[in-house]
Design a protein around this ligand. Structure first.
Ligand code: SF4
Length: 122
């Protein structure tokens, strides 16, 4: 089978032609560099994404705190992970890169803060 795939590794956004058979990667054309091949292979064998979201903040100067996974997680786990993220409430202060949930995907990815929030009470 063949399919068109846009490489999202860099802003060039190569439109690649990917050949595969079920979950077996066969080859790729029209990728400008080898990162495109790696991306296409992962998309066929085991697609992953970084999740970005927000969590509620208690006692902070922000009402919600932006967060992300510090590694891409398997696409099939995304909805379960988002359900976990919706349950999270953090108490300020929280600093950028603080780990809010370790191993959120049971595969080594952590949920981390991508901003600071400071306490509004002293
Ligand atoms: S194949 Fe290489 S140049 Fe093309 S979008 Fe992917 S990373 Fe960028």
């Amino acid at each position: 089978m063949n399919r068109k795939m846009t490489c999202i590794v860099c802003p060039r956004g190569c439109e690649m032609d990917v050949e595969y058979d079920k979950n077996t990667f066969i080859g790729v054309k029209n990728n400008f560099c080898s990162k495109g091949e790696e991306y296409a292979k992962n998309e066929i064998i085991s697609p992953k994404r970084v999740i970005t979201s927000t969590v509620k903040v208690i006692d902070g100067d922000l009402l919600v705190l932006p967060v992300k996974t510090d590694k891409p997680v398997n696409k099939e786990k995304i909805f379960d992970i988002i359900k976990k993220i919706y349950q999270v409430k953090v108490i300020a202060p929280v600093m950028i890169n603080d780990v809010l949930i370790s191993n959120i995907d049971d595969n080594g990815a952590n949920l981390v803060a991508t901003s600071n929030t400071f306490s509004i009470t002293k």
